[in-house]
Design a protein around this ligand. Structure first.
Ligand SMILES: NC(=O)c1ccc[n+]([C@@H]2O[C@H](COP(=O)([O-])OP(=O)(O)OC[C@H]3O[C@@H](n4cnc5c(N)ncnc54)[C@H](O)[C@@H]3O)[C@@H](O)[C@H]2O)c1
Length: 119
């Protein structure tokens, strides 16, 4: 059996739970961590997915947990810095739409992805 892709989701507000549900259902993925600044959101999601770790510190999720891939569904204002940090940490990175706040930010992330991970 092939190795599962270990995934963490940042942003567990309105849209993030759709990604959590779908990545958790993929047979090739293992949903390891759900990250949100809002502890009430995490508490709610832990009732649905008690086997998945929860985390309020995105930096810790990136560097302290052994993830292969990061899903970012926070809010467009934070997509660019969070995606850049994920790519620089060597993670495969999925960014919810809209990808970032400007064309320049999007282009920089695409170039960074070409250098650091899958594109
Ligand atoms: N709502 C929709 O129908 C919809 C559809 C498609 C795409 N999207 C995109 O999905 C993203 C999320 O939208 P939403 O509607 O779920 O927003 P939301 O405000 O409901 O949820 C965002 C969550 O991210 C968390 N968050 C913010 N900064 C964080 C950080 N640094 N670390 C960890 N968690 C952090 C917030 O606490 C919040 O729970 C946006 O980029 C949006 O454009 C939303």
């Amino acid at each position: 059996m092939s190795k599962k892709i270990k995934v963490g989701v940042a942003g567990c507000g309105y849209w993030g739970p759709n990604l959590i549900r779908n990545f958790r259902a993929l047979p090739d993925c293992q949903l390891k961590t759900m990250c949100d600044l809002n502890t009430a959101r995490l508490k709610h999601l832990k009732t649905l997915y008690p086997e998945v770790a929860s985390e309020t510190d995105y930096s810790h999720m990136l560097n302290g947990v052994n993830l292969d891939a990061v899903i970012i569904a926070t809010g467009v204002g934070s997509h660019y810095p969070m995606a850049k940090a994920a790519l620089l940490a060597g993670k495969h990175t999925f960014i919810e739409k809209p990808m970032a706040s400007s064309v320049e930010q999007c282009e920089e992330l695409v170039e960074l992805a070409k250098k650091t991970a899958w594109c």
